[in-house]
Design a binder for this molecule. Structure first.
Ligand SMILES: [Zn+2]
Length: 177
């Protein structure tokens, strides 16, 4: 029999009723939890395969070093991020277009702490908004190439793709001036 301390009136009704048992708390810090794969919902990068997203072509092209997006041939609208259907006319007959490989920094900031899982070791790093040359798009992304303290608004960047864990790719910007 357990030696539970129960408030009056909370005794089990019958011999077989479940009893609430308080575990005695061990002294000292809790044991280190076992290392497990990163939880899907906390994975910073998206799943990229054709069985995982209808935008797999975006990643296929990125793997070739081409940053691209969708454009609606009906109304000429460029989308970012790429879409499976046009947000204006709902057409799914979209075309893929390559985006310019260069741009200028519209704004930037630095991640000094609280980085997403998997990026903790990269702190500090720069992120920013980049106006792609000759396009109506302003993209958010990481900016590499020089310390964030040396970046400047209006500075030139180029787009590059890079490998991320899980056989995946993503895009980022690299300062070029
Ligand atoms: Zn459209």
């Amino acid at each position: 029999m357990s030696a539970d301390v129960r408030a009056p009136g909370t005794e089990p009704r019958s011999e077989g009723a479940p009893a609430t048992r308080r575990k005695s708390s061990p002294r000292g810090p809790p044991p280190e939890p076992p290392r497990e794969p990163r939880p899907f919902l906390l994975d910073f990068f998206p799943l990229e395969g054709p069985d995982q997203t209808r935008l797999a072509r975006f990643y296929d092209r990125l793997r070739e070093g081409r940053l691209s997006t969708t454009r609606c041939p009906k109304d000429g609208e460029w989308h970012w991020p790429p879409r499976t259907a046009c947000p204006s006319c709902h057409s799914e007959a979209l075309e893929w277009v390559d985006l310019p490989e260069t741009g200028t920094i519209y704004a930037f900031s630095a991640v000094l702490g609280g980085a997403p899982l998997g990026l903790e070791a990269d702190v500090p790093f720069a992120v920013g908004l980049v106006d792609l040359a000759g396009s109506p798009l302003r993209l958010f992304g990481r900016i590499e190439g020089k310390p964030w303290t040396e970046l400047r608004v209006g500075g030139s960047v180029r787009v590059e793709s890079y490998e991320v864990p899980g056989d995946r790719v993503f895009y980022r910007f690299r300062a070029t001036d």
